[in-house]
Design a protein around this ligand. Structure first.
Ligand code: SF4
Ligand code: SF4
Length: 123
């Protein structure tokens, strides 16, 4: 059977679609796909519960806790520090994640991680 010259283009197009930020952040665990290895830490004495960090987080990884200090969902947080740079009270510091999954090293590993995220979302 003759292989269509367009089949590899289609595979690339499909892979590009899967790398779309909307697709990745639609998963339950965006931190599986890329991860700086850092996470935010909140100082309850400095935080004034303005929720700026919640609004700025591109991964929707933050929610206000019962004590009016943000809590982070580490499955969603990929350690970009956008929350920390926007905090008006400088109440957020970035700390190394003690146990974070190694980011995928190649396309195959990335697609496997995405498939795992997809199945855990539907579980
Ligand atoms: S931006 Fe800073 S002060 Fe505002 S809720 Fe977040 S941690 Fe608290
Ligand atoms: S480090 Fe980035 S992804 Fe994590 S909570 Fe802050 S803004 Fe969201």
């Amino acid at each position: 059977m003759v292989k269509s010259p367009f089949s590899s283009c289609l595979k690339i197009e499909r892979a590009k679609r899967r790398l779309d930020p909307h697709f990745i952040f639609g998963h339950s665990k965006p931190s599986l796909f890329f991860n700086s290895g850092f996470q935010p830490s909140f100082d309850p004495d400095l935080c004034v519960a303005c929720e700026t960090c919640l609004d700025r987080c591109p991964a929707s990884a933050l929610a206000m806790g019962d004590d009016d200090v943000p809590e982070v969902d580490l499955d969603r947080c990929f350690g970009c520090a956008v929350c920390a740079t926007g905090c008006p009270e400088e109440a957020i510091t970035m700390e190394e994640k003690p146990d974070y999954p190694e980011p995928p090293k190649d396309m195959q590993a990335l697609l496997s991680a995405m498939a795992a995220g997809q199945s855990s979302k539907s579980a």
